[in-house]
Write a protein that binds this ligand. Structure first.
Ligand code: GLC
Length: 437
């Protein structure tokens, strides 16, 4: 497909997934509501051809904010019977801080809102109107950043914890297997919907779903109180992707506040928080032997020593020094980057837990590629950045706008190698951004 045709198709996908209430679903059937970080990426795509929709995307997400600054992972604006677990399971109303206008989940996702807002500003032709929009909405995004430091950082390290794998965005990563091994969740009765839309072999197992739901039950028992969750959740992790995105969003907010002027106090606050985050991120989350950033299990007090695409996301937030970035990129190219593979598999292709078809256990995701592309450019690894961009376009051209893709080039030559949901919003949105750069 020519790039022009790809762009037309990508726009069509976004418009088809756009809902009357002003937000966009990730894809039909499988994900029929508004998802937090999806919306950030979607807004970037819309910004290139329909800025009003991009703004609406951000607005509808921000409108779900809780009184403590928290912005949830799924916003149930509408009813749908194609997804489990829905609003009646999550019960956000249990928290006295929750938003009474709309039911949501009681967990969140990587905070890409700051990144999205800044990218929208760069894309906007009418800068004045965009500055007005930023002025109206930036404080809500700032409050979301602050939420993590105030409520998700029990050791005061500037590193936020996540209490559920669904907060990571990399929901079924093999890294979580180590945590499931320590848990003895009851076997629950429930009716999943995801396996009705997508081949069950590409999705998590029943046992994994037991754990997912069990953690939510614990959080619900404590009415989604963060301090109680920090004390009792069996899952408590400092995730390098989650924290990188938070730091990148903080940096974007600093630049935007400086641009509009008059917010010195907030800028200072963000600067000092971000500096502390970066310091502790580097001292706590880097594993010299692996040459990569890893997840830290706060429950067990140890690093989960695996390399995944999340390991490289600190490049986006300019967390590593030049020297460390060199090491990190060396690891990336050695494990993920030989000529038989598309960049960048979601999990270490040399590891026995790698699975090229299963959700976050190996396939390539366009949103991670987008973050890595920009991260590599910041460190002047232009050649590898361009390869990621080229390959991201190529896998979509070959397979269509899927949710995730096989990293093995030979498979892609022979057969359809796009998996999960089709006509997937962030694959479309970020392709638009890559092609319009
Ligand atoms: C899956 C992904 C998550 C994403 C959601 C909606 O659950 O793991 O990152 O936000 O789908 O697209």
């Amino acid at each position: 497909m020519k790039h022009q045709q790809l762009l037309t198709k990508a726009k069509e996908i976004l418009l088809n997934n756009f809902q009357e209430k002003g937000f966009t679903i990730p894809c039909k059937g499988l994900y029929p509501f508004q998802w937090n970080w999806d919306s950030g990426f979607i807004a970037i795509g819309f910004a290139h051809f329909d800025m009003e929709k991009a703004k609406k995307e951000i607005k509808t997400l921000i409108d779900s904010q809780w009184s403590n600054g928290f912005i949830p992972h799924i916003i149930f604006h509408n009813k749908s019977d194609t997804y489990f677990p829905g609003p009646n399971f999550h019960r956000s109303d249990l928290s006295k801080l929750s938003n009474t206008n709309v039911p949501t989940t009681g967990m969140t996702q990587p905070h890409v809102l700051g990144i999205a807002l800044e990218r929208m500003y760069e894309i906007a032709e009418n800068k004045e109107a965009m500055i007005r929009f930023i002025k109206e909405n930036i404080d809500a995004i700032y409050n979301f950043s602050l939420y993590f430091y105030n409520h998700r950082d029990p050791l005061d390290e500037g590193l936020a914890y996540i209490y559920h794998n669904w907060e990571s965005g990399t929901d079924n990563s093999p890294i979580w297997d180590d945590i499931w091994d320590t848990m003895d969740s009851p076997s629950l009765e429930f009716k999943r919907k995801d396996t009705g839309h997508v081949d069950a072999s590409q999705r998590p197992s029943k046992r994994e779903y037991d754990h997912y739901l069990h953690i939510i039950e614990i959080a619900k028992k404590h009415n989604y109180d963060d301090a109680k969750i920090a004390e009792f959740s069996p899952f408590l992790v400092q995730d390098p992707l989650f924290n990188s995105v938070l730091i990148s969003s903080n940096k974007a907010l600093i630049r935007l506040y400086e641009l509009i002027g008059g917010y010195e106090e907030k800028v200072e606050k963000l600067k000092s928080l971000t500096q502390k985050s970066i310091r502790n991120f580097n001292s706590k989350l880097f594993d010299e032997k692996l040459g990569a950033y890893c997840h830290y299990d706060l429950r067990k007090g140890k690093l989960l020593r695996y390399v995944s695409s999340s390991s490289f996301s600190p490049l986006h937030a300019e967390i590593p020094t030049k020297e460390r970035a060199e090491k990190l990129i060396y690891t990336m190219m050695k494990k993920f980057g030989n000529e038989h593979q598309y960049l960048c598999a979601s999990f270490d292709p040399t590891h026995e837990r790698f699975n090229p078809k299963k959700y976050w256990r190996g396939p390539v995701w366009i949103n991670l590629n987008w973050l890595l592309y920009h991260g590599l450019k910041k460190y002047d690894y232009t050649h590898i950045a361009e390869r990621i961009k080229k390959e991201s376009i190529e896998i979509i051209e070959k397979n269509g706008f899927y949710e995730y893709f096989d990293a093995r080039k030979e498979i892609s030559e022979k057969q359809a190698a796009g998996y999960g949901g089709n006509n997937f919003s962030w694959s479309a949105a970020l392709l638009i951004d890559l092609l319009n750069e």
